[in-house]
Design a protein around this ligand. Structure first.
Ligand SMILES: Cc1cc2nc3c(=O)[nH]c(=O)nc-3n(C[C@H](O)[C@H](O)[C@H](O)COP(=O)(O)O)c2cc1C
Length: 399
């Protein structure tokens, strides 16, 4: 059996990930004032127990007005550090590298939590205690029908946003995170600068691709300068806008080249977020070809994401050199043990990568189950207990 590439460690700068499986950032819309608590510790902690090499905390607002919804996590205030520090410590203690996505939603901020409805928060639809807030963007283009026109950022205000990214990264470092991911995808602020559909500025930050990339690159450069040289920096991009009229893969390859030149270690290749709906083909791993093209044409490490649902599929992405890392979001929600399950499936069925609290007992139960065969109905099928008692749970036999 050839060694599964998905299970090989990957070193980025001074950090080694135990394998190539990543939990993609996933907003939970479940906190107030940006402060995480027990919910996030459990939600994210289970992915470390589930064997993922890297766990990325959801889009974390670098400013309060950069949150997508009132329920978003934040890092605009030092008071938000301790809750995240507890999570980072847990992830590290249990074998995952803790990472965090830093974002600003720009013109797509101030929205409802998805289970309260879709679209912008208004005085009428907001939960008691929540209030809509003024959104910002490169040039005030509304993000869709029924959305208010955001405030177009002045160059001075953009400097404030850039510094907010830097300050949030510093807080993430204090909290113990080892990977920072700048969110430049999904139609949020930095993506709004990149896309010709939402950036209609006529200054040096709009117009040509070079100009549209300028602000996102300034942000990345500033974050890189403040982020320790031994720690990796990742940027999430939308390889293409949802609309076919927007950003192209060619634009994103050019952007990735500039990111690489500024010390970015990997590009997390997603897609969409600007336009009424996804106008590109969809299927298993539909964004993997984008990651492959960026990797091939720029030489930067890539993370592939999007409808990766099983171990063989994830292994194929890495083994064929399309990406260095594979991120899963919904599949991780469905199976937080996806990474340890993948390790079993791609090897000899060993429980070696399971937490020590579970692996050995599952292995001995496996031997017993093998003797019993499949469950055939309510009438018990019993076999003689042979030799040692390791097939039984602790406490049922004397040591
Ligand atoms: C519940 C949920 C929340 C998400 N929140 C974020 C987020 O905070 N930041 C982000 O970049 N992408 C977010 N995404 C997108 C995922 O990271 C991922 O790119 C997308 O779901 C496709 O991967 P999948 O097919 O494995 O789910 C979210 C997805 C889901 C399902």
């Amino acid at each position: 059996m050839t060694e599964p590439q998905l299970l090989q460690p990957l070193t980025l700068r001074g950090i080694t990930l135990a394998n190539r499986l990543v939990v993609a950032p996933m907003c939970q819309y479940s906190v107030s004032d940006g402060l995480v608590g027990d919910y996030h510790l459990v939600h994210l902690g289970r992915f470390a127990l589930g064997g993922f090499g890297l766990v990325l905390v959801e889009a974390t607002g670098v400013t309060a007005d950069g949150r997508i919804s009132p329920g978003d996590v934040g890092l605009w205030d030092d008071a938000q550090i301790p809750g995240l520090a507890r999570i980072a410590a847990f992830l590290r203690e249990h074998g995952s590298v803790p990472g965090i996505q830093l974002g600003h939603a720009g013109g797509k901020a101030s929205t409802l939590r998805p289970w309260d409805g879709h679209g912008p928060l208004t005085a009428e639809n907001a939960r008691p205690g929540d209030e809509p807030w003024r959104t910002v963007s490169p040039s005030g283009v509304p993000m869709g029908e029924g959305w208010a026109a955001p405030h177009p950022l002045t160059v001075e205000e953009m400097a404030g946003v850039r510094e907010a990214f830097v300050a949030a990264a510093r807080r993430a470092l204090t909290a113990g995170f080892q990977v920072a991911e700048v969110h430049a995808a999904h139609g949020y602020l930095l993506n709004q600068f990149l896309s010709p559909l939402t950036n209609l500025r006529d200054d040096e930050y709009g117009g040509s691709l070079e100009n549209r990339m300028r602000f996102p690159l300034e942000v990345v450069e500033a974050v890189r300068a403040g982020w320790p040289a031994e720690l990796p920096l990742v940027v999430r991009v939308s390889a293409v806008d949802a609309s076919r009229d927007g950003t192209t893969l060619e634009d994103t390859v050019a952007f990735a080249r500039e990111l690489k030149a500024r010390g970015v270690d990997a590009v997390d290749v997603s897609g969409g977020g600007i336009g009424a709906g996804w106008e590109h083909p969809i299927g298993y791993g539909y964004q993997v070809p984008f990651a492959a093209a960026i990797r091939e044409q720029t030489g930067i490490a890539t993370m592939a994401v999007g409808l990766v649902v099983d171990a063989q599929q994830a292994e194929a992405v890495v083994a064929t050199g399309q990406a260095d890392l594979v991120a899963v979001a919904r599949q991780a929600q469905d199976d937080p043990n996806f990474a340890v399950h993948a390790a079993r499936e791609l090897t000899d069925g060993s429980y070696a990568t399971y937490p020590v609290q579970a692996g050995p007992r599952l292995a001995s139960r496996e031997r017993l189950l093998h003797r019993l065969g499949p469950w055939t109905g309510p009438d018990p099928v019993l076999v003689e207990q042979k030799g040692g008692s390791d097939a039984l749970p602790p406490g049922t036999v004397r040591a």
